[in-house]
Design a protein around this ligand. Structure first.
Ligand code: C2O
Ligand code: CU
Length: 445
């Protein structure tokens, strides 16, 4: 099948692919359970797959059929700032009935996703997300051997319908975020995929959960990790899958070569209860035929640690944590303000987007960002418009990522070259935390 065919065939006469955000009914639990009231793209969950070649232009017209304003963010893409889709920072939210045209060039190959970026805790939490795959110039895996699996954690009522009443619960905002009790893959309960023994598959895993850090049993899926957050690793960095920890918004790319007679599965093991939520039926008796080569890594602007601007970020707040003085919208907050606004987390004492950026960097400058998690919770911190590398205690650089997981009490250092001018959001991708204060922005001049 010609790659990109689906995407291009559906284009309107002016070359734009139309994505309508609107309400839809969808069965998240079993076929006989009641349907949930979701908000979805083009009537599907996930939204339509956008698959293009590296360097190709992506033109999408967002049509808003919701009753509230929205926008689309292209998560992980080193995009032109005006197309980043952040309501209130890079564009005005698109009002009900309105449209917005996104038009950008996809610079790097890899596994990405798109999602709503206005009240994300509510909009992404109700289903507004979809897959974005940017193929290498010369893809290694054909479409039958390239699986995009978007995992999501839902909070369902006893009747199997999405619990919508608890969206916005301040309890969730100040604790772990909105955790669910049911997992889907590509919008389906317990899907089954069939794989041929001995053949190599690229499996692209995306965590679209509002707040759940997924941990998959590597013995049941196995394979080799070939990429994180869209960026394929160099040969030397590739590892066999250990515990596969995937924080909200993170991606992991695997190459899996199933063995004859051994079915595989996605099994979540982060809680005391193992939860199998997708299976891979392995048929045939093929002997193993790993690909002769792996996808080529992108070339990204390398950070220069010897010449870095050092920024320290202190994360505070939340339940069971210390809350120092906190500023929000330019004013010091009282306890009553905190209760009234739901702002309970802060970056360097400031809750949510302020007039002033967290810091400014000149284009081309390397930033060494040291984040200290002085809260009682883990967080998944995402920087827009750039990929960064984690920096180990001895100064060694880890893989490229766009979202890092930071455990309670931990300090994480990342470095990147600020090469993309504009205003870039920087926030926790546990979407309740982002709404409750863990959001700021940086400016690249
Ligand atoms: Cu995946 Cu600010 O977003
Ligand atoms: Cu968080």
């Amino acid at each position: 099948m010609a790659s990109g065919a689906l995407f291009s065939a559906a284009r309107a006469a002016d070359g734009f692919f139309e994505i309508t955000a609107g309400p839809g009914q969808y069965k998240l639990y079993s076929e006989d359970a009641a349907a949930s009231d979701l908000w979805i793209y083009n009537g599907g969950l996930p939204g339509p797959e956008i698959r293009v070649r590296r360097g190709e232009r992506v033109k999408v017209r967002l049509i808003n059929a919701l009753e509230e304003a929205t926008s689309i963010h292209w998560h992980g893409v080193r995009i032109d700032n005006a197309m980043d889709g952040v309501s209130g920072l890079t564009q005005d939210p698109v009002p009900p009935g309105g449209t917005f045209e996104y038009d950008f060039v996809a610079p790097d190959a890899g596994t990405y996703w798109y999602h709503a970026h206005n009240k994300s805790w509510n909009q992404v939490g109700r289903g507004l997300y979809g897959p974005l795959i940017i193929e290498e110039d010369d893809p290694v895996f054909d479409r039958d051997h390239d699986l995009m699996l978007i995992m999501d954690d839902w909070r369902l009522n006893d009747d199997g319908r999405l619990d919508t009443a608890s969206f916005g619960s301040l309890m969730d905002w100040s604790h772990a975020g909105r955790l669910g009790n049911w997992l889907t893959v590509n919008g389906k309960s317990d899907p089954s995929f069939s794989l041929n023994a001995g053949e190599a598959y690229r499996i692209r895993l995306v965590n679209a959960s509002n707040a759940r850090v997924l941990e998959l049993d590597p013995d049941r899926i196995g394979g080799q990790v070939i990429g994180y957050d869209g960026q394929v690793l160099t040969d030397a960095e590739q590892t066999t899958a250990q515990a596969l920890v995937i924080a909200p918004a993170q991606r992991v790319d695997l190459v899996v070569v199933p063995e004859a007679g051994r079915d595989l599965a996605l099994v979540e093991v982060s809680t005391s209860q193992r939860f199998a939520f997708a299976e891979f039926k392995v048929t045939g008796d093929g002997k193993g035929n790993p690909p002769a080569r792996l996808p080529q890594a992108n070339t990204l602007p390398a950070p220069d640690l010897s010449n870095a601007k050092r920024i320290v970020l202190d994360m505070t707040g939340g339940a069971m944590g210390q809350m120092g003085p906190m500023r929000h919208k330019g004013l010091m907050m009282t306890r009553d303000d905190i209760r009234a606004t739901g702002q309970v987390w802060a970056f360097n004492g400031i809750a949510n987007v302020d007039e002033e950026p967290l810091f400014e960097a000149a284009r081309g400058e390397t930033v060494l960002l040291e984040t200290i998690n002085n809260t009682a919770w883990p967080h998944a911190i995402h920087l827009h418009g750039h990929h960064f590398r984690t920096v180990g205690a001895d100064g060694t650089l880890g893989p490229w990522r766009d979202t890092f997981l930071i455990e309670r009490g931990e300090t994480v250092k990342v470095a990147f070259q600020a090469d993309n001018p504009g205003k870039w959001l920087f926030h926790c991708h546990m979407l309740e935390h982002a709404a409750a204060g863990m959001t700021t922005w940086i400016r690249v001049t």
